[in-house]
Design a protein around this ligand. Structure first.
Ligand code: CAA
Length: 717
């Protein structure tokens, strides 16, 4: 795990634990043994610590957190490094993160390739740096940078890290050789002045000011998350306590936050994100399928989604045609893209060079004939099957035979679109979430005809453009929207039965959702929901009136349309479920008129309003979706619960500290969730989303652990 060698007078401790050289027990032991050997060897005058393969250690081995752990711990190993009388140099390439950066900070010198990045991402997995990082970083960078780096978890590029004082020198060429060369220069120099434990924290007298600012920031930005708060407390102690007591304090805080439910959930989410990359579908999987190279792309439609998707593609440095049917729409689209790209540069999401390059990569056109040679096209027009089919038929005619045709549909079965082409195996769904340039989820959908190579191509494209892609089987609504539907439906029923919209919103925001369901409706526009409902009613042959309570035997609430028909369209009209300071305003306040409309609506329908508890609100909104999630699993739409959880984390901003709805269900206990679903089914027999999932029933009866859900007998229908 740690290869030891001596090159002239320099000992090299090369960490060899692929893929990311995580600091597992064997690596920690290897480092401790290597340091002992190098210290004893009189021929050795300096020591280099580096990583073999792609990176310097990227942190502790997260998989070890669920077990009891084994000595030696990283702090004593680090103390051994720091105490060495022979200079120790960290030679950094790749990602030097978490425990890896802590090892580097125990070393006396740090050199790095320009391409390297350093950081403390522990906060993202619900913990804090636990090997003296919170005490050593402030001694190097000062408090403001340390607070920022440790509470945000951001990866800092090597050159910036040099400015912060973390890196002593940027080197070129082979990192090990560069490290050895640097170490040879340091031979004979005293290591005492380089020991961080003895350095004071700069500007320590102002710690109160910096800590208060950091705490206010994390409470606002990471509402509900415990780890950032603990990070602030730990860093603060670096300026208030002697080094050793600061380290003790860090350990205490680490032990508390590390054992919390949030940490476990966030670590589950970390691995879930990696699991969804290992997809499978009939005929192939992520190992066997071969993505086709995508060097050129096109987006059809310059509306909100089309422009957002084009921004994602351009930001990744890929050429993109933007196709519209008339000049005015095209020009508007170009203006939107320009503004979004400029915004991304301002926010530091992309570099000014990438922003500038995008202008030359973007090719506006009104002619499909320009698309003959593109590798991949994404259709992003509005949800209308006939229009989508027409576009696919046109593309099929003009594009070269290998071009992959994608639809950014949010719900239409891909098979129904692909029939318009002679290449159904190259047709696939790529469902982006609004705003497309911001939301990280990419829900890729295979039809009965999509080939694994086509699926592999869009999965790879997702990664290239910085998304978290998942692959699911086609059905009405796919995974994300199908599962999310009861969330909106039940919130509508709750306000009919007695809850007020702001009460429902408050409960769900306290639960962890960034915005309650009624604020979301106001944001997207009540007319949008109302039009979708009208379309569904049309296909079912139902005439909607203010008194309609059922559609095709299924319970329905007309309240959203009642408000929309009054011109209360949400934020854009200044009134919706809330009232706003102006049309287009953002400050929602309670509107008594809505209560009156609600009361009248209920009176007309003979609904007696009642008091509804917070617990019922959470159960009605979450358990109904979870029940649908289990149906999605048993029907094979998703292969694993991780795909569902990732879709909620990155498509609906579900709080990571709850892991995702399926993880959450497992924490609550499947038995309890199932019982409550049965209870609601009994009480609300006309809502088909309460018909209990058979998979959930079986799993709850047999008490099967989450990791075994899909391997259990009869998991699929
Ligand atoms: N522990 C265990 N496994 C890890 C790991 C870690 N710290 N980091 C990555 N892996 C695993 C991944 O699960 C994945 O495994 P599979 O191939 O089996 O799926 C594999 O390594 C490759 O990881 P990625 O797919 O993520 O590779 P990437 O190149 O896209 O990203 C990375 C590399 C930036 C290092 C990313 O893996 C990452 O962010 N890792 C986590 C880093 C981290 O959180 N470090 C802090 C750990 S906690 C700590 O160090 C506490 C402390 O104070 C001592």
């Amino acid at each position: 795990m740690v290869d030891y060698s001596v090159n002239s007078s320099v000992a090299l401790l090369l960490v060899n634990n692929p893929p990311v050289n995580a600091l597992s027990h064997a690596v920690r032991k290897g480092l401790a043994d290597g340091m002992l050997k190098a210290t004893k060897d009189t021929k050795v005058k300096a020591i280099v610590i580096a990583g073999k393969g792609r990176t310097f250690p990227a942190g502790a081995d997260i998989r070890e957190f669920s077990g009891p752990g084994k000595e030696p711990w990283l702090v004593p190993v680090g103390n051994g490094i720091e105490a060495s009388g022979k200079p120790v140099v960290a030679a950094i390439h790749g990602t030097c993160l978490g425990g890896g950066l802590e090892v580097a900070l125990f070393c006396h010198y740090r050199v790095a390739l320009k391409s390297a990045r350093v950081g403390f991402p522990e906060v993202a997995i619900g913990i804090l740096p636990g090997a003296a990082g919170t005490q050593r970083l402030p001694r190097v960078t000062g408090l403001p940078v340390a607070f920022d780096m440790i509470t945000s978890g951001r990866h800092v590029p090597a050159e910036q890290a040099k400015k912060y004082g973390i890196i002593d020198e940027i080197v070129t060429g082979d990192i090990v050789n560069a490290g050895i060369r640097y170490a040879m220069i340091m031979v004979g120099k005293s290591t005492i002045p380089r020991r961080l434990r003895a350095k004071p924290v700069p500007d320590a007298e102002n710690v109160q000011k910096y800590a208060d600012a950091a705490m206010a920031h994390v409470k606002r930005k990471y509402k509900g998350y415990e780890a950032p708060v603990y990070c602030v407390k730990a860093v603060r102690a670096s300026a208030e306590k002697p080094y050793d007591l600061g380290v003790e304090n860090e350990k205490t805080l680490f032990n508390v936050v590390g054992k919390s439910g949030q940490a476990r959930a966030q670590q589950y989410a970390f691995f879930a994100e990696r699991v969804v990359g290992k997809w499978e579908m009939p005929g192939g999987n992520s190992q066997t399928a071969k993505p086709i190279p995508v060097r050129s792309t096109a987006v059809i439609g310059a509306g909100t989604m089309g422009t957002g998707i084009a921004v994602c593609i351009l930001s990744a440095g890929l050429p993109c045609y933007l196709v519209e049917q008339n000049q005015k729409f095209l020009e508007n689209g170009l203006k939107t893209i320009k503004a979004l790209m400029e915004g991304s540069v301002k926010l530091g999401k992309i570099s000014p060079e990438v922003g500038q390059r995008a202008a030359s990569l973007l090719k506006p056109t009104m002619s499909y004939d320009d698309l003959t040679g593109v590798d991949l096209v994404i259709e992003a027009v509005y949800e209308n099957l006939e229009l989508k089919k027409e576009i696919f038929a046109k593309l099929d005619k003009v594009c070269k035979p290998s071009t992959i045709l994608c639809s950014n549909t949010s719900s239409i079965d891909i098979d129904r679109i692909a029939v318009a082409t002679k290449r159904p195996e190259k047709c696939v769904g790529v469902h982006f979430f609004a705003p497309a340039y911001h939301m990280k989820l990419l829900e890729n959908i295979y039809s009965t005809k999509t080939s694994p190579d086509t699926a592999a191509t869009v999965m790879k494209l997702g990664k290239t453009i910085g998304k978290v892609p998942i692959l699911v089987k086609s059905c009405q609504g796919f995974l994300a929207n199908r599962m999310n539907t009861p969330y909106g439906t039940e919130s509508g029923f709750l306000v009919e039965e007695g809850a007020l919209p702001w009460e429902v919103d408050q409960v769900m925001e306290d639960f962890g959702m960034p915005m309650g369901p009624f604020k979301v409706r106001d944001l997207s526009g009540l007319d949008v929901g109302s039009k979708i409902t009208a379309e569904i009613a049309k296909t079912l042959g139902v005439t909607l009136t203010d008194e309609t309570r059922f559609m095709a035997g299924n319970r329905y609430s007309h309240m959203n349309t009642v408000l929309a028909n009054m011109g209360r369209l949400g934020r854009k009209s200044g009134k919706g479920w809330y009232k706003y300071e102006k049309a287009g305003g953002k400050i929602a306040s309670i509107d008594d008129d809505v209560i009156t409309v609600l009361n009248n609506h209920c009176k007309k329908l003979g609904i007696e309003r009642r008091t509804i508890s917070s617990q019922e609100i959470i159960e009605r909104l979450m358990y109904s979706c979870i029940n649908e999630g289990f149906k999605i699993l048993e029907e094979g739409i998703a292969k694993r619960p991780e795909e569902i959880d990732i879709s909620w984390l990155y498509g609906f901003t579900f709080p990571k500290y709850l892991g995702g709805p399926m993880y959450y269900a497992n924490q609550v206990g499947l038995g309890r969730v199932y019982d409550r679903i049965c209870y609601y089914h009994e009480n609300f027999p006309f809502s088909k989303h309460w018909v209990p999932s058979q998979l959930l029933r079986r799993l709850s009866e047999q008490n099967i652990p989450m990791s075994q859900w899909m391997a259990s007998p009869g998991a699929r229908l």
